[in-house]
Design a protein around this ligand. Structure first.
Ligand code: ADP
Ligand code: MG
Length: 397
């Protein structure tokens, strides 16, 4: 990787601004998935162990009005972080001002401070998410050096990443950002071959750019999930009431032509009349579908076909579930693909995409993947081949 990381800078005695992605799912003040916190620990520990003064900040959820603040406070995250680190995290419930500035001034080498949700600044005119230059400059003034470790927001130029970077001497990557660049960036720029991409999920329109870019770099592009039916329809098959984007049929045809055999579609499906967790009424090829039926999952022959293609892969990128995995009767395809990827011995395997990552974790395959991305939207845009502002701000070596 040609980007500078925390290893390349002196942190001892420095006020180190660290943009983390602590935008974790919460329910009634409880964190329901702490993966993003756990993934940020190596960078925080490194800075603290090397005598830096860690100043952490993140966004959490959307904050449109003062009422949103109560549910969007980072206080529970700071508490959990303190438990995970077994070290004090001084939480400052402010995003600017004297209290914050004094707390930072009092911070000693090896200590950790975290300030409040950066989106609290959005209440007055979207200052954070519109990259208000004065706000970025202010936050930059609080530290000596900037570490960006927030991959989940790397596809957006906000005051808390690009704004700070524009106003500080040097910006480097944390270990999590480095890992995301290495795996996702590496897959799209320099993959070990064969490189097999598996795409699924709900909408073709969300992932057109990804398919298009992956057709340039991957050896095979498997398409399952709710996206498959637009492609099947484009090939002239009836798909009943399955998810299908009529206005994307021409595009699907174009992609199929461009693919020149690279696109692999499912060969069997689980049919049902209702979008409910009842067992499929029958399983078979798309030609078996009745006009009032939909397919909510791929069938066992498709899993077998995909597993065969995956078996020789050296790089695998998976984005998007194969069916409505939230319903146990339609989780078979997604579990089957997880299993096929888990069985690969010498491949680099990467999951990008919020729901696919959740599925991999929920079904117990998390440790079987080389890398589970912490960024849904960011990993998609990275796979699309776009330059991400949060990576572009990091100094080159
Ligand atoms: P990711 O977050 O991994 O990128 P998406 O957000 O694109 O994935 O899609 C996830 C959603 O796709 C899931 O909620 C799942 O239920 C839905 N889905 C998958 N297959 C189908 C299908 N055949 N019909 C309807 N929805 C589907
Ligand atoms: Mg999703």
């Amino acid at each position: 990787m040609n980007k500078k990381t925390v290893r390349d800078i002196e942190v001892s005695g420095k006020k180190v601004l660290i943009r983390v992605d602590f935008n974790v799912p919460m329910q009634d003040g409880e964190i329901t998935d702490e993966n993003r916190i756990v993934e940020a620990l190596p960078t925080i520990k490194y800075i603290v162990d090397n005598g830096g003064r860690a100043i952490l900040f993140s966004h959490l959820g959307r904050v449109a009005s003062a009422e949103d603040k109560k549910d969007a406070t980072l206080a529970p995250v700071a508490k959990r972080l303190q438990e995970l680190l077994q070290k004090e995290v001084k939480f400052v419930p402010e995003t600017r001002g004297q209290v914050l500035e004094e707390a930072i001034a009092n911070l000693k080498d090896g200590e950790i401070l975290m300030f409040e949700n950066t989106r609290f600044e959005d209440i007055e005119g979207k200052k954070e998410s519109k990259n208000n230059p004065e706000l970025g400059k202010y936050w930059a003034s609080l530290g000596d050096v900037f570490v960006n470790d927030a991959f989940g927001t790397a596809h957006r130029a906000h005051a808390s990443n690009a704004g700070i970077a524009a106003n500080i001497k040097e910006t480097v990557a944390g270990f999590l950002l480095e890992k995301e660049i290495k795996f996702i960036g590496g897959a799209v720029s320099n993959p070990k071959r064969p490189f097999v991409a598996i795409l699924g999920g709900a909408k073709v329109s969300d992932k057109i750019e990804v398919i298009s870019n992956l057709l340039n770099v991957a050896d095979k592009v498997i398409i399952g999930g709710g996206m498959a039916y637009t492609f099947l329809k484009a090939q002239g098959f009836e798909v009943g009431t399955s998810l299908c984007e009529i206005e994307k049929l021409d595009l699907a045809k174009e992609l199929l032509e461009k693919a020149d055999g690279k696109i692999v579609l499912p060969v069997d499906f689980r049919f049902t009349k209702k979008f409910e967790n009842e067992p499929a009424s029958h399983v078979g090829p798309i030609t078996d579908i009745k006009a009032d039926e939909m397919s909510l999952d791929i069938g066992p022959k498709s899993v077998e076909l995909f597993a065969e293609i995956l078996a020789t892969a050296k790089t695998v990128v998976w984005n998007g579930p194969m069916g409505v995995f939230e319903m146990s009767n339609y989780a078979h395809g997604t579990i089957g693909v997880c299993e096929a990827i888990a069985n690969l011995k010498s491949a680099t395997t990467i999951v990008g995409g919020g729901d696919s990552a959740a599925a991999a974790i929920q079904f117990g395959y998390a440790s079987k993947f080389t890398h589970i991305s912490t960024g849904g939207g960011a990993s998609l845009e990275y796979l699309e081949g776009k330059l991400l502002p949060g990576i572009e701000i990091v100094a080159n070596k």
